[in-house]
Design a protein around this ligand. Sequence first.
Ligand code: AMP
Length: 273
Amino acid sequence: MLIIRSVCELKKELSNLKGEIGFVPTMGALHNGHISLIEKSKTQNDYTVVSVFVNPTQFLPNEDFDKYPKNESNDIKICKNLEVDILFMPDKNEIYLENEPKILAPKNLANILEGAVRPGHFDGVCMILNKFFNLIKPKRAYFGKKDAQQIAVVENLVKTFFMNIEIIPCEIIREADGLALSSRNSYLDEEQKLYALKLSRSLLKAQNLINQGQVDTQMIKSEMKTILEPLKIDYIAFTNKNFQEISKIEINNTIILVAAVVGTTRLIDNIWI
Ligand code: AMP
């Protein structure tokens, strides 16, 4: 496995590759969620490139950019074990120039849910992925459904700029107790982890109600709220796969999304119905 930190060296190595590239962008502190994306890429492509880059432009000024979990040696070990071909770990000065054109996420996605709570976040996501996609030119790129809205933003980016990249959504990987894996879970102590379980439990409750025939989203939402108490809820939302709000569950075309704060840690989770 090549560990590459400079854009120049990456370009040189990529020019030697003959075949399809699968790309897995991450912010590091790798866990089984990331691993599932890498494994999928390995099965579908000739080469797999993984990036570990804590992208400053997708963090708001008051967010956790400075303390975002880092574990470089473990990330390297994991990628080596998975036989990743190239692990790209650039410094931010390699990636961003002082003056450069900005890309903005589309308003219909950028102003709702995660975008409403974290204004500018998806602009940063678009900026970094535009750069990485141009640089790496993957055939396929792998994203977790955990960040459901991000997938819609990325699909829009690829379509808008006529990029020949297939976006592959991957299932959410959870702990045995249901907690969706996240690098930010490392901020939680044991007691907070129990509170964090309320997110997946509320979604499970929603799934059970739907299995029993309930289609009214307001009714499901109020049951979810009861489970989520006393957490600070950022949103509970019911959308179709185009991220338009719905009032009745549509089987095979509904995403239920929840965002809540445990202590000082903001967590998100969702299920696709
Ligand atoms: P991150 O390092 O948090 O930016 O995540 C990098 C990629 O891994 C994104 O596409 C995430 O959606 C995905 N990911 C994060 N957590 C999970 C999980 N629990 N299951 C599946 N994919 C995940």
